[in-house]
Design a binder for this molecule. Sequence first.
Ligand code: SF4
Ligand code: SF4
Length: 256
Amino acid sequence: MISQFTPDSALNAIAAPRVGSPRTSPVRDAAFNAALAVVAAALPKGAQAAITAVGEVHTLADALWAEVRATPAFALGTGRAACGKGCGWCCHQRVGATAAEVLYVADELRKRPDAEALTARLDAWPTGRACAFLVEGACAIYEIRPLKCRGLYQMDARWCMTTYAKLDIPLFGPPPSHEYQIPPKDVFDGAVFGMALPFYRAGRDCPGVDFIPALKAVIHRPDAVQTWWRGEKVFPAETRLHDWFPPMNQPPQSTK
Ligand code: SF4
Ligand code: SF4
């Protein structure tokens, strides 16, 4: 089965007004255009250059978010996020990533000094549980984590605890608040679409996939990038997320 992701659907998702908010998003457009330019420039150089470009997209999206975060409008007008090291309730949900991003993470993970331990965690991961890389509430692959892991800005971790980790609502204090900030999501979602679109236009199969199962499928295959580049199948059909591209204009309830 082929991905439902098309250039038109991607662009429609970028342009579609959000439910309850007709505003456009300049930061989303900026991230989209920057990511698209980086990947489009790398694609003619071949498979490895294209996958390496995913890391450049991570870096530029992080930089754009840092810029947005430092603006007076955001810094003065926004409360502090509850997010931080040791708070990993959001890592109990399914994580989406593009196929190219999974290939990039696999390549980077194999180079790390702790590759053996991390791969063992991945191999032992029981389906449906918290992310294989959540270690004592922190991300063990923080620098190379997917874009979709980077855009969360929740104001009340108890909401994440009850929604993502399915724990009981606390018996004390006010009800958990779903308040969150959209700019980081705009930045990183824009980067996801901008990164994926040139692959698609170049005829490369770059669907949204379920991050951990897809990574498990390629982590022991150093040939995965070249195999994928030749158009051969490297990701099992069940790892594809047919509901992931698009829409981006639905409430972010169940998927990072
Ligand atoms: S999104 Fe929620 S669970 Fe994740 S780090 Fe932020 S507050 Fe914690
Ligand atoms: S990759 Fe890291 S940030 Fe993303 S879900 Fe896994 S532990 Fe959490």
